[in-house]
Structure formats: C-alpha cells, structure tokens
Write a protein that binds this ligand. Structure first.
Ligand code: SF4
Ligand code: SF4
Length: 185
C-alpha cells in the first residue's frame, strides 16, 4: 500500500492559495476532531484500515495531513471521504488517540453542510425521507415475493423518520444544491 502526502484528489501540486490556516483551529473546536493536531503521521490508521487495503485512493492518514495543512477544499470535496466504513479500527489503534473515525465523521458533516454529498447518498436520503427505508425495494422484487407466496415486507414509517431527522437539520442538509464552495473564508 502506498500513500501520497501531497493531496487526495489526483496528482495536482498544492497552490498556496488553497491553504486555509484557520481550518485546523476550527477542527480543534469541533466534537470528534479535537485531537487532530496530535497526529504525527505514523500511518497506522491507513495500514490497518480495511477500506484502504482494497482502495487505491482512500487514505485516512492523508486526509488528516491535508486538514493539518489547511487544504479545506480538497478534504471536503474528496470522494474518498465517503468510503470510510466507520469500523473504528483506526480509532482503536492510533497511538496518539486521535479518534480518526470521528475525525472522518466531522469531515463528512462539514462536507454535507457545504453540499458536497455523493449522489448515491443523496438518493438514499431521499428514499429514507419518502419511504422510511434507505433502499427502495424495486417493484419487480415485490412482485416476485408475491408470486412465491412470501409475506409482504413491513411498511416503513417515513413520517416518524422525518420527525426524528427534523431536529438535526438532516432534511435541509441533504437537499442543499451540489457544488457549494466548502471554503468558508
Ligand atoms: S494512527 Fe494516529 S498518529 Fe498515526 S497517522 Fe493515523 S491519526 Fe496520525
Ligand atoms: S473507521 Fe474508516 S478510516 Fe478507520 S479503519 Fe475503519 S474504514 Fe478505515
């Protein structure tokens, strides 16, 4: 497994204009990423991450390094951010107690607040709000169940789901138009 330090979105060199020195200080104040500056780049999180093992691009260590450098846009617009399976292996093994999985969650929340959510998750969210299920069961499959004498699937309670998610700005967040700039300056 190899790891590039320069960036997480291709091989483009970093421009000084991309660096946001305030980003790391904002992260220090957020629940979950308070210890991000304790990372000394040992690479344990990446080497033990089950997703990184099978991905050419997902590297938690690199995402943390980019955040430390102030590469706000590259972190928040990175598609690889959404590959994390939240298994917490990195959190258990980090010698600096950085709570890597929580840091990734903070990055995702910030990305989502800025409209940077991959289409597949937007569709899951829309389905959840509409049917109560993250995955919409295709009509064809429902008919097949009927033809084989299987009982109907339980109905999702979309109204309850909407009510629950109202308090956490979920609906507004997932409906934000794509492409808003993460750069908060
Ligand atoms: S394991 Fe911890 S200290 Fe090592 S690179 Fe990952 S976050 Fe940094
Ligand atoms: S929580 Fe995410 S980053 Fe950490 S080991 Fe699991 S998949 Fe990798």
């Amino acid at each position: 497994m190899t790891e590039t330090v320069s960036n997480n979105s291709g091989k483009e060199p970093i421009k000084a204009s991309e660096l946001d020195p305030k980003f790391k200080y904002e992260l220090l104040k957020m629940h979950g990423s308070e210890k991000i500056l304790k990372c000394f780049q040992c690479g344990t999180c990446t080497s033990d991450c089950p997703v990184a093992r099978y991905s050419d691009s997902y590297r938690p260590r690199t995402l943390i390094h980019m955040a430390q450098l102030g590469l706000r846009d590259r972190v928040l617009k990175s598609d690889t951010l959404w590959l994390c399976a939240a298994c917490f292996t990195c959190t258990d093994r980090c010698p600096q107690d950085v709570e890597v999985a929580s840091v990734i969650r903070v990055f995702r929340n910030l990305a989502a607040e800025n409209g940077c959510i991959p289409q597949v998750f937007k569709e899951q969210a829309a389905s959840l709000l509409e049917s109560g299920y993250a995955y919409k069961i295709p009509e064809l499959r429902i008919k097949k169940r009927e033809s084989q004498g299987l009982p109907p699937l339980p109905k999702g309670n979309a109204e309850n789901v909407r009510k629950t998610l109202k308090g956490v700005k979920f609906i507004e967040t997932v409906q934000k138009p794509a492409g808003e700039q993460p750069n908060a300056q």
